[in-house]
Design a protein around this ligand. Structure first.
Ligand code: CTP
Ligand code: CA
Length: 225
């Protein structure tokens, strides 16, 4: 056994990370989703657990590898993810919103399965989902480190700075999802980190587990402040 219990760099830290894209029901069998694979969230969960943290993953997707060390909480919709993250907030030192949360959901999902016959048009009315990150910040238990992501297709650094300020989080991990190698579903990523103290760092394209280690290092730097 090559891991010495109690000797990891994140030993004793309780981390909750969300992963994957939310699924917003249309009817009993259909949903509105997005292209997030959950890989970056799961990589964070895995690396943190191997480094000794107690890790929970609130996820819409199965782990892409064996993640026996991680406690798994399966959810589908943004509202379910909000509930799971809020209860995890009670006993977490670090909260990481790596999930791609749908900004809108169907106002009134249909009961049963919608049938095709007799319809010229089918309209869906969407309403805004709660901003989970903002809710977590509003209920922050000091000292709790709260980390957000920013998926952008242009002006990455500017958007990251805006989201850091607007959401009141401690760290934003920005990635350009229009860039080959860091688009939704990739096994690699390239990120730009900005923390509340103004410290910034660019991490070049690397496997998501390596990116995860760099993100966790930035989180540790915030805890040690
Ligand atoms: N997020 C959240 N709840 C939502 C939407 C987003 O918690 N309803 C979180 C994401 O998990 C991510 C961060 O907020 O950590 C930023 O998500 P992003 O989609 O980049 O930003 P938005 O604030 O949703 O703004 P927009 O999509 O318009 O850029
Ligand atoms: Ca969004």
């Amino acid at each position: 056994y090559w891991l010495t219990p109690g000797a990891g760099p994140l030993d004793g830290l309780r981390i909750t990370v969300s992963a994957g894209g939310t699924r917003e029901p249309i009817d009993a069998v259909r949903y509105i989703g997005n292209r997030s694979s959950g890989r970056q969230g799961w990589a964070l969960a895995q690396v943190a657990a191997l480094a000794g943290a107690s890790v929970r993953c609130v996820t819409t997707v199965d782990p892409p590898f064996r993640a026996d060390l991680v406690e798994v909480l399966r959810v589908e919709s943004a509202e379910q993810m909000l509930d799971a993250m809020r209860s995890a907030q009670e006993d977490s030192d670090v909260l990481i919103m790596s999930a791609a949360v749908a900004d809108f959901r169907v106002a009134e999902p249909f009961a049963g399965k919608v049938k095709r016959a007799g319809k010229e048009r089918l309209e869906l009315s969407l309403v805004p989902n709660p901003d989970i990150l903002v809710e977590l910040v509003q209920h922050r238990k000091q000292p709790q480190v709260i980390v957000g992501f920013a998926a952008e297709v242009e002006r990455l650094e500017e958007s990251v700075a805006n989201k850091l300020a607007n959401k009141g989080v401690d760290l934003i991990v920005g990635n350009n999802v229009a860039e080959p190698g860091s688009e939704f579903g990739s096994v690699t990523n390239a990120v730009y980190l900005l923390d509340r103290l103004g410290r910034q760092r660019r991490i070049e394209m690397a496997p998501k587990t390596e990116i995860a280690a760099s993100i966790l290092a930035a989180i540790v730097a915030l805890i040690e402040v």
